[in-house]
Design a protein around this ligand. Structure first.
Ligand code: BTN
Length: 326
């Protein structure tokens, strides 16, 4: 583990620890501890330093922990998680799972990061990923049946994520096609699904979820769309990111497995309940032109149905961006 994160583990409970104590425990010089503290502050973690007492985190901080996440999952879903990795810093959890050489033949590999330096959003956007504040997680699995029908999976994953957040107490959520989780017109969470082909020709599916939990105001200046976080939705701080991660992973495993057998059908009723675009006049950004029309819901494959130019057009995921008109 990088030195600064080893130092963080000593400060996580919010109690004072002297530089000498930390240096002794980690086999470092006191100057190295000081440098690590400076680098934790640069990540946005408020570390107090008091002469004669040492360092402490201004607020106790719980790092993500694999045992706590696995313990929070239902046994049947936990059994499907063959590998669970938590890293303090990655470029992108999706990129990490796409380049991991060998995936388990069965079940899911899951990866979470405390921060991402190049978090990827849809349509080439960045996903703002400050340290320890939110959830950035990806699941990877090998597909039995190839990538057909994955447009629908993207919507099912949005529904699964919304279900997990509702179980965590979030009310008033909506889904904006294809899979943005929205609250009061602002984005709470996003999904990025990516595919690659393994050497043996099997399709590798990576489902990435970014969920704003407690976004620090300084980091939020980098977000280029209306956003909210779970603290605001719940009107209280989120006590335990591990429990939340467990609920999200649990629901995503269930979602991908149900979709593989039954397609979008078991998600349709929730989609209709949560759909924020139905009946709205929207502008579709197509390459080179914009189309304006009224959203008439989705079809059985998850395509958006848009009434425009005197007809009903079928719009598939990834093809367009939808912007509600003012
Ligand atoms: C969107 O633009 O709505 C999709 C955002 C997806 C962000 C998540 S964070 C974890 C995973 N790793 C990434 O690089 N992106 C996804």
């Amino acid at each position: 583990m990088e030195t600064r994160f080893a130092v963080l583990a000593h400060l996580a409970d919010g109690q004072f620890r002297s530089g000498e104590h930390i240096a002794g425990a980690l086999g470092l010089s006191r100057a190295a501890v000081w440098k690590s503290v400076a680098s934790l502050r640069a990540l946005g973690l408020p570390v107090d330093a008091v002469r004669g007492r040492g360092y402490r985190l201004a607020q106790p901080f719980r790092l993500l922990a694999a045992e706590a996440i696995l313990a929070g999952m239902a046994p049947a879903r936990r059994a499907r998680v063959v590998r669970l990795e938590i890293l303090p810093l990655l470029d992108s959890t999706n990129a990490h799972l796409l380049r991991t050489p060998a995936l388990p033949a069965e079940g899911f590999a899951v990866c979470l990061a405390e921060s991402q330096s190049r978090g990827r959003g849809r349509r080439g956007r960045d996903w703002v990923s400050p340290f320890g504040a939110n959830l950035y997680l990806s699941l990877a699995t090998l597909l039995e049946a190839g990538p057909a029908g994955l447009d629908g999976l993207s919507l099912a994953v949005g529904v699964g994520l919304a279900r997990a957040l509702e179980r965590a107490g979030a009310g008033g959520l909506g889904l904006k096609w294809p899979n943005d989780v929205i609250w009061r017109g602002r984005k709470l969470a996003g999904v990025l699904i990516e595919l690659s082909t393994d050497r043996d020709g099997r399709a590798r599916l990576v489902v990435g979820v970014g969920l704003n939990v407690q976004m620090p105001p300084a980091a939020a200046t980098g977000i280029d769309q209306p956003w909210c976080d779970l603290r605001e939705v719940l009107a209280q701080p989120v006590a335990d990111r591990n429990a939340l991660a467990a609920q999200v992973i649990d629901e995503l495993v269930a979602t991908v497995e149900a979709f593989a057998v039954e397609g979008l059908a078991p998600f349709m009723a929730d989609w209709e309940r949560l759909d924020v675009l139905r009946g709205c006049v929207v502008e579709l950004q197509r390459p080179g032109r914009a189309v304006t029309g009224t959203v008439r819901g989705i079809d059985a494959a998850g395509a958006l149905l848009l009434e425009a130019d005197g007809g009903l057009q079928r719009v598939t995921s990834g093809e367009v961006s939808v912007r509600a008109r003012p």
